[in-house]
Design a protein around this ligand. Sequence first.
Ligand SMILES: Nc1ncnc2c1ncn2[C@@H]1O[C@H](COP(=O)(O)OP(=O)(O)O)[C@@H](O)[C@H]1O
Ligand SMILES: [Mg+2]
Length: 386
Amino acid sequence: MVSADCIDQPVMTANRYEQLVQSVVDYAIYMLDPSGRVVSWNAGAERIKGYRADEVIGRHFSLFFTPQDCLDGRPDYLLNQALEQGVAQDEGWRVRKDGTQFWALAALDVIRDDLGQIIGLAKVTRDITDRRETALQLDAVRAQLFQAQKLEALGQLTGGLAHDFNNLLTIILTSAKLALASQDPARVQRMLEHIIDAGQRGTELTQQLLAFARHRQLDVSLIEPATLMVSTRSLLEHALPRDIELLQRLQPGLPMIEVDAGQLQMVLLNLLFNARDAIGERGTICIAIEAVELNGEVEGLLGPFVCFEVRDSGAGIDPQVLQRIFEPFFTTKPFGKGTGLGLSQAYGFAKQSNGAITVDSTLGKGTCMRLYLPASVQAGHAKLNR
Ligand SMILES: Nc1ncnc2c1ncn2[C@@H]1O[C@H](COP(=O)(O)OP(=O)(O)O)[C@@H](O)[C@H]1O
Ligand SMILES: [Mg+2]
C-alpha cells in the first residue's frame, strides 16, 4: 500500500519552494512569461521595488527600467538574450514605484518544462546601491590621497629644482653680461652658446616636472623598468644632498611591466625620499631592479615579477614603528616634514597592480624596501633571465 506521505510529497515540496521564495526579502525573485510580463512576485520584490503583487502581475517588466533604458530598448535586449542564450545578466539603475532609483544586479534565466519548451523566465534582482556607493567613495578617497601624495612629492622636488634653476639663471645672466661687454666675436659666440645650453636644461627640467604633475588616474601602459628609472633618477638628482651617494644596479634584459607609469614613479620617489630622510647628512642609497621568479615566498605571489629595491644606509626602523609604517597618516617626522602618506600609497599601488611591497630593516644599519610588480605576459616582451 502506498502511504499518504508519499503521495503528498511533490505537493509539499512545491509548497516549500514557494514558501522559501516568498520569505526571501534581500532578493527580488519573480517570474516572467516569455513575452516579459510578470507572473509571480515575492516579498523581496515588494520590498526592493515598492509594488505589491496585485499592482505588477500582468505588467511588462520594462516598468522597472529608467525611461532612457526603455528608449534604448534595454528590457527587450535582455529578454531576447535570455531567450536565445538561456541567461542574461545586467547591472544598472532601476526605478522603484515611488520614482526613486537603485543600482541593481540582475539575472534572467530561462525556465523550461519537461519537454524543453520555454515556459517563462526567472528574474532575480539585488539592490547593490550601498555596495556601489562604497566602491565609488573608496575610489574617490584613493584619488584624493594620490593627489595629496603627489603634491607632497612635488613640494619636495621643487625645493631642489629652485636651487638648480637659480644656478641656470646665474649662468644665463653672467654669460649675457660678459657677451655685452666683450668685443671678441668668438667669445660672444661662446657666451651665447652657454646661454642656449642653460636655457635648454631649464626647459628639460620643467618638462619633467610637468609630466609628473599632470593629473593621471590609473593610466596603465606597458613600460620598460630601465627607462622609468632613468627619468626618475633625473628628477631625483635635484632633491638629494651632495653627500648622499646614489648607486644603481639594473639587471640587463628586464621584462616589461604593465602599470601606471606616473604612479610607479611617484612610489619610487617616495621610497627614495624616505631613504634620504633616514640617512640625514651622509650615506648611500642603492636602487636595484631585477627579474625574479616568485614561488609564494612574498605574500603568496607566484610567477615572474620585477623587483624594485631601494636600500639605504640610514637609521633603520624601530620594531615598534615597523608594524605601522604602511598605515595612512602614520609618520615619525615633525609637522611639515612628513604626511605619513608615502608608504600607504606605495602599499595601495602594489596591491592594485597585483604585486606587493616588503620591508627589511635593522636599527642603526639601514632599511631595504622591495616593490614587486608582475612581469608582463604579453608575447615578445617577457624576456626573463633565469
Ligand atoms: N627608509 C626608511 N628608513 C627609516 N624609516 C622609514 C623609512 N621609510 C619609512 N620609514 C618610516 O615610516 C614612516 C612612514 O613613511 P611614509 O608613509 O613615507 O610617511 P612620511 O615619509 O611622510 O613620514 C616614516 O615616518 C618613517 O618613520
Ligand atoms: Mg615618505
